[in-house]
Design a protein around this ligand. Structure first.
Ligand SMILES: O=C(O)CCC(=O)C(=O)O
Ligand SMILES: [Fe+2]
Length: 331
C-alpha cells in the first residue's frame, strides 16, 4: 500500500436499508412501450429525489468494455510504486493536483489516480501500463458519455422539463469536462476508525461509478443515517453532483457521501465526473408551483468554473453538509 499516507479517525456505522432505485435504461429507450417507459421515468424521478443517486442496468455498455476497464485498472494498481510512477506521465505532479481532488490525498485510506479524459490535452499523462490502459479506458468513457446524454434527457423528462433542459448545458461537441478517478481502498482491520474518503458532495453534474466487486464501502447520508450502497460490477451508480443540484434548482440534490474501507477486502472503484465546459453559465431551471417544497429553488446563475473553483478551495474546511453550495444560492 505504498502510496497511502495515514488515515483519519471517524465513526463508521453503516446501516442496512433498502437500496436506491435501479433504472432499466432499455426501458427508457423503448419508445414503443409507452406505459413501461412512463413507469420507469416515475421510478427515476422518485428514486433520484430520495437518494441523490440511482443505479442503472441494461445500459448497453458491453461487458467486454466494463471488464476490460477492471482488468487494466487492477493491472495498474498491482504495479509497484516505482512502476506506477514511471507509468503515469506526471503522477503526483501539478497535472494531477490541479482539480482539487488531492484534498483527500494525505489523510485518508485511498490510493487514487485522477486523470482528465476531456478536454483531451491531459491524455498523455495517463498510465502507459498496462499497455492497453488508455485505449480501454477511452472506449469506456466514450460509451459512458453516450449513456450520460440519455440519462440527462431522461432526468429532465422525469421532472416534466423540456428534454434538453439539462443536456443543453453540455453543448454537444464542445469541450465538456470529463474527469476519471480510479480509487483503490486497501482492506483495513480497524475500518471503523478510518475513512477511505471523507464526507463530500461531488462538484460534477453527474458522476458515473463502477465498483469492481459487489462490496460495500460507499455510504450515503440518507435520513441522517450513513447507509451503505452496494452494487454489482455490471450496474453503474449514477450520482448527482452539486452542478446538478444547481441546474435543477434544487429539485435534484447532490448526495453527501463518503467511503469506508472494508476490514478484510480491498475495493476498487472507477468514477467518471461529468461537468459542462468551465465557461458555461448555468441557469437553474424555473421552479413551478407544484415543485414548491420548502427546500426547492433559490439557486442563481453561476459559471461552472467559478463554482468548481469555489468548491475545491472551500471543501476541505467544510465540515457540515454542503456548505460550499451556498455560493450558488440567492442570498
Ligand atoms: O469509491 C466510491 O464508490 C466513491 C468515490 C467518490 O465518492 C469520489 O471519488 O468522489
Ligand atoms: Fe464522491
Amino acid at each position: 500500500m505504498e502510496m497511502i499516507e495515514g488515515g483519519c479517525c471517524a465513526e463508521a456505522t453503516p446501516l442496512a436499508q433498502d437500496g436506491p432505485a435501479t433504472i432499466d435504461v432499455a426501458k427508457l429507450r423503448d419508445e414503443l412501450d409507452k406505459k413501461g417507459r412512463a413507469k420507469e421515468l416515475t421510478t427515476l424521478a422518485t428514486g433520484a429525489k430520495e437518494w441523490g443517486l440511482f443505479l442503472i442496468e441494461n445500459h448497453d455498455i458491453p461487458d467486454s468494455v466494463l471488464y476490460g476497464v477492471q482488468e487494466v485498472v487492477k493491472g495498474f494498481f498491482r504495479l509497484s510504486l516505482d512502476e506506477k510512477k514511471a507509468s503515469l506521465g506526471s503522477y503526483m505532479s501539478k497535472d494531477n493536483k490541479e482539480d482539487g481532488t488531492n484534498l483527500f490525498k494525505t489523510s485518508y485510506l485511498v490510493d487514487r489516480i485522477a486523470l482528465k479524459a476531456a478536454p483531451e490535452e491531459g491524455i498523455d499523462i495517463w498510465p502507459r501500463k498496462p499497455s492497453n490502459f488508455r485505449h480501454v479506458v477511452k472506449e469506456f468513457v466514450d460509451e459512458a458519455t453516450r449513456v450520460r446524454d440519455e440519462l440527462l434527457q431522461a432526468l429532465a423528462e422525469a421532472l416534466s422539463l423540456e428534454q434538453q433542459a439539462f443536456l443543453r448545458n453540455f453543448e454537444p461537441g464542445k469541450e465538456n469536462e470529463v474527469k476519471v478517478k480510479a480509487n483503490f481502498y486497501p482492506a483495513c482491520p480497524s475500518s471503523n476508525k478510518v475513512l477511505g474518503l471523507p464526507p463530500h458532495s461531488d462538484g460534477s453534474c453527474l458522476t458515473l461509478i463502477m465498483q469492481f466487486d459487489d462490496i460495500g464501502g460507499l455510504q450515503v447520508l440518507k435520513d441522517e443515517n450513513w447507509t451503505t450502497v452496494s452494487w454489482p460490477p455490471n450496474k453503474i451508480l449514477v450520482n448527482f453532483g452539486d452542478l446538478m443540484e444547481i441546474m435543477s434548482n434544487g429539485r435534484l440534490k447532490s448526495s453527501w457521501h463518503r467511503v469506508v474501507p472494508q476490514a478484510n477486502e480491498e475495493r476498487i472503484s472507477f468514477a467518471l465526473f461529468y461537468s459542462p465546459p468551465s465557461h458555461t453559465e448555468i441557469e437553474p431551471v424555473t421552479v413551478r408551483d407544484e415543485d414548491d417544497a420548502a427546500d426547492v429553488g433559490g439557486y442563481k446563475k453561476v459559471a461552472v468554473g467559478e463554482y468548481l473553483h469555489h468548491l475545491y478551495t472551500t471543501r476541505s474546511a467544510a465540515t457540515t453538509i454542503k456548505e460550499s453550495i451556498m455560493f450558488a444560492k440567492v442570498m
